[in-house]
Write a protein of this length. Structure first.
Ligand code: AMP
Ligand code: GLY
Length: 417
């Protein structure tokens, strides 16, 4: 089989690598991909993600068996609808179903209709009304831009001043453009966070092993929120019974609710959850694999990913098994990220067979150069989390990382549990 993957980041690198490992797959093309992927035999295509006609033409001319969509933007642009209209197989939610990620308001509506536990919230477009609400509810409180803001449109405000300045940036100063014209103000949920991803086909749900992301830029969860600075799996401090509760009380009702609503979901459904003292509650749904969670979840998949997707696309029951080992992934980011950051530094080389490198923000001009905030993920597997961490530390110690930074505490909370 020849497979096409849409996207260009570390998540897509991990997906492409796993799919290419299948004995049934001969070639994997990634549009646009990145030059770091070439090291793993993945081919890259100079076609833009939003050029659906060119992607469809490529898929037809090259006998692509099916296409897999990595990021949310193409999903919300209706790439699945367009491929299906052209009679091509593609795995991911259509535009209507991807709204579970595209609009927090839509997601909250699904949760309300299906009694899915989530934080209490209100939606505002007017600054004065929003300000009055914040004063009434008190802090800590969470302010979110409605719509896509690449994971950065969320502020967990510890005090009123921080809350009001976030609100001012979103509503008055248009910091997030259109996606900040409407804000969701949400109750702060206290507890351990985890990401539960599932393969979904209409009413069928196949949960994956869980992971934990680290959103803030710096160690000890300090600094601004980023797209994610690292992840690990399993998350030993989240018990099996909490995971079961999350599948039964969150994922299944959401998926069934979407079928009943006339917007059935097929693809990867990501539930971002907090294990509160009242059980798991939703902070967000995404309509795709998480980044960097994918880089630690897929290495633990013992089954053939290409076969799993192929079975899902052909109405068959997929076989899904997981390895027991732990996986930890550290993001190497350019100094300054998530603010203004430098580009063009040489990308470190590792040459350490105990780690996998998943490339993201890299370009090729006389060797790999940094051209994004999150440049790569260094991932290792181990018997437990500390074991996997040690392998990542060793690989990073041997490498010159001038011009870059990473968090050293990725996975610490799951150690020795
Ligand atoms: P999101 O983009 O919605 O995942 O939010 C980014 C980060 O903000 C999450 O990973 C959480 O750490 C935090 N967060 C979001 N919503 C809440 C909430 N209601 N309570 C506590 N923390 C939250
Ligand atoms: N890691 C969070 C996300 O992919 O949205």
């Amino acid at each position: 089989m020849k497979i096409l993957i849409i996207g260009s980041g570390g998540r897509e690198h991990a997906i492409a690598k796993k799919i290419l490992a299948s004995p049934k797959v001969t070639e994997v093309f990634c549009a646009k991909g990145n030059p770091g992927m070439l090291n793993d035999g993945i081919q890259t295509l100079a076609i833009e993600e939003d050029n659906h006609p060119a992607l469809i033409e490529f898929a037809k001319e090259n006998q692509i068996e099916w296409t897999f969509v990595g990021p949310e933007v193409p999903l919300l642009n209706g790439i699945v609808d367009d491929f299906q209209a052209a009679d091509l197989k593609i795995f991911g939610p259509n535009k209507a179903a991807a709204m579970i990620e595209g609009s927090k308001e839509f997601a909250k509506q699904i949760m309300l209709e299906n009694q899915i536990p989530t934080a209490a919230y209100e939606v505002f477009t007017d600054f004065d009304q929003a300000q009055a609400y914040i004063k009434k509810i008190g802090t800590p409180i969470v302010i979110k831009a409605d719509g896509l803001a690449a994971g950065k449109g969320v502020v967990v405000a510890q005090d009123e001043q921080e809350a009001l300045s976030a609100l001012d940036e979103m509503l008055n100063q248009n910091r997030f453009g259109e996606s900040g014209a409407k804000v969701v103000i949400e109750e702060f949920l206290a507890g351990e966070e985890f990401s539960l991803l599932s393969f979904v086909r209409n009413n069928d749900v196949y949960p994956m092993v869980i992971a934990q992301d680290h959103k803030p830029a710096f160690e000890g969860n300090k600094g601004p929120n980023t797209g994610g600075m690292g992840a690990y799996s399993p998350v030993p401090q989240i018990s099996e019974s909490i995971i079961t509760e999350a599948v039964e009380n969150v994922v299944r009702p959401a998926v069934n609710g979407m079928v009943q609503n006339g917007t059935p979901f097929s693809g990867i459904l990501y539930a971002g959850l907090i294990a509160t003292s009242d059980g798991p509650k939703v902070i967000e749904f995404n309509a795709r694999f998480g980044d960097p969670e994918t880089q630690v979840v897929l290495p633990r998949l013992a089954s053939d990913l290409a076969e799993v997707i192929d079975d899902l696309l052909h109405e068959k029951e997929p076989k899904i098994n997981w390895y027991d080992f732990a996986s930890v992934g550290f993001v190497l980011a350019a100094d300054g990220y998530p603010g203004d950051y430098q580009k063009g530094m040489p990308v470190p080389t590792f040459g350490d067979e105990n780690v996998n490198i998943f490339y993201a923000g890299v370009s090729d001009s006389d060797g790999l150069k940094a051209n994004g905030g999150r440049v790569l993920v260094v991932e290792a597997n181990g018997e437990n989390i500390s074991d996997a961490q040690q392998k990542v530390y060793k690989a990073l110690e041997k490498t010159n990382t001038d011009g870059y930074f990473f968090r050293k505490d990725i996975g610490d909370k799951g150690r020795n549990k």
